[in-house]
Design a protein around this ligand. Structure first.
Ligand SMILES: Cc1cc2nc3c(=O)[nH]c(=O)nc-3n(C[C@H](O)[C@H](O)[C@H](O)COP(=O)(O)OP(=O)(O)OC[C@H]3O[C@@H](n4cnc5c(N)ncnc54)[C@H](O)[C@@H]3O)c2cc1C
Length: 396
């Protein structure tokens, strides 16, 4: 038998990844009594936001929309770091390796220059002079974004959740699903023991769990795949691959990205090819040997000083990808007071604060611009990705 309602709030946010936590923090600041709930805690290792770090970059090809969002989000992350007196953003810069003269990087260069976002266009010789640890074969040119870098991801989410609590928000550990309804309204959410939380509005920011929770509404829009991540240990005494000597980097055409060694973890590298379907709750997180093979081959090309160094750690994450790699931020088709937020598509972490701002604007009933209609719950045409691997798989 179901127990009675325990709590009531203006807003319940289910899911404390980057999207849900920032939504809760900014909704609290807008004056709403807000409860943030997560099944495993804020910044846990099964969440897509739960790795050590995530790149924050402005280059998005010809599309200026995410460049603007990334800049705004960056300010929020820096402000949060100051509030909690903890480093969350590391301004190591982001270096883009371009194999073609006129591809994604050339488009990005034009877009960032038009937006007045600092960006440098570097010849292979200039790259070699600044970062002699980088291999230059097959490099046409490079872009360098000096104000970009990476975010300490799981710590950043945990810090945002703590700050939410300090500002009066309530955090609960619970595995929730939609509960009772009244016509086009959801009345409450409920856990396995029958504990209910009632609220005026609900946001489900459940990352890779969203298609399982809402199979009819979201099941065909978001695909959840296994993604392998590998940390390489530089040789003893070798500081060339640390974050004070090397930027974060992306190779769009070769579909690899990485983060320099930081916090005494290894140099992180991700082959950006979509893995098999993945259950984020129950599957073991063990990387495939084929991912190790492609990583070693790429290291020999671009970071030869690491090609024979050992793997010191591995992670398995998951993408929750929409066909066009734009996020999902929309009302539930049956319940007027329920919002679905997710579809990070391999590039959503950095944007957490901008997503939170956008969701709060929608909750306030503010109109969204045509640019933001991209987030709607509808059939979408496949498009080249906003992250590296959206256009082609990493070479096997
Ligand atoms: C390998 C990899 C590399 C990436 N690199 C980058 C990058 O460099 N830069 C970048 O910006 N982005 C990157 N991304 C994408 C980014 O990490 C994601 O877009 C983002 O973290 C998604 O956040 P989220 O809040 O939507 O989901 P999550 O972080 O997964 O959070 C969802 C939360 O909901 C909770 N939850 C789910 N169901 C329930 C329930 N029923 N009840 C209670 N709680 C529930 C979960 O426990 C979880 O904590 C990368 C992703 C991967 C996998």
């Amino acid at each position: 038998m179901s127990r009675t309602t325990e709590r009531r709030a203006d807003l319940v946010v289910v899911g404390a990844g980057t999207m849900g936590t920032w939504t809760a923090l900014l909704a609290g600041r807008s004056g709403r009594s807000t409860i943030l709930v997560d099944a495993f805690g804020a910044g846990h290792p099964r969440a897509t936001s739960g790795d050590e770090n995530r790149i924050i970059r402005n280059s998005h090809g010809t599309d200026p929309f995410y460049s603007r969002w990334a800049r705004r989000a960056r300010e929020h992350w820096i402000a949060l770091g100051e509030q909690v007196a903890e480093q969350i953003f590391v301004q190591a810069g982001v270096l883009w390796f371009a194999g073609r003269r006129d591809g994604f990087e050339a488009d990005s260069y034009r877009t960032l220059a038009a937006l007045d976002i600092p960006v440098e266009h570097l010849s292979p010789e200039e790259v070699g002079a600044r970062w002699p640890q980088v291999g230059l074969d097959s490099l046409s040119f490079a872009l360098f974004e000096p104000e970009a870098g990476f975010l300490l991801a799981r710590r950043g989410v945990a810090a945002a959740a703590r700050q939410f609590g300090r500002e009066g928000g309530t955090f609960r550990l619970a595995d929730l699903r939609p509960g009772r309804t009244d016509g086009h309204r959801l009345l409450d959410v409920v856990d396995g023991a029958g504990e209910r939380i009632a609220a005026g509005t609900f946001v489900f920011a459940c990352g890779p769990w969203l298609p399982g929770l809402f199979p009819e509404a979201v099941g065909s829009l978001i695909k959840v795949t296994k993604q392998d991540v590998i940390y390489i240990g530089p040789a003893a005494g070798d500081g060339r691959f640390r974050s004070d000597k090397l930027p974060a980097w992306v190779d769009y055409d070769e579909a690899f990205w990485g983060v320099p060694a930081h916090d005494e973890r290894g140099f992180k590298i991700g082959p950006d090819r979509e893995g098999p379907p993945f259950d984020p709750s129950s599957e073991d997180r063990v990387v495939d040997s084929s991912s190790i093979d492609v990583v070693r081959r790429y290291l020999a090309l671009r970071f030869p000083g690491l090609a024979d160094q050992p793997i010191v750690e591995t992670r398995v994450c998951q993408y929750e990808t929409t066909p066009d790699t734009h996020f999902l931020i929309d009302r539930h088709p049956d319940w007027d007071n329920v919002w679905l937020v997710g579809g990070g598509s391999g590039h959503g972490f950095k944007h957490g604060p901008a997503i939170g701002e956008h969701v709060v604007a929608r909750l306030d009933g503010r109109a969204v611009g045509p640019d933001e209609e991209r987030f709607g719950l509808r059939e979408r045409e496949p498009q080249p990705g906003m992250r590296t691997g959206g256009h082609q798989p990493a070479r096997a």
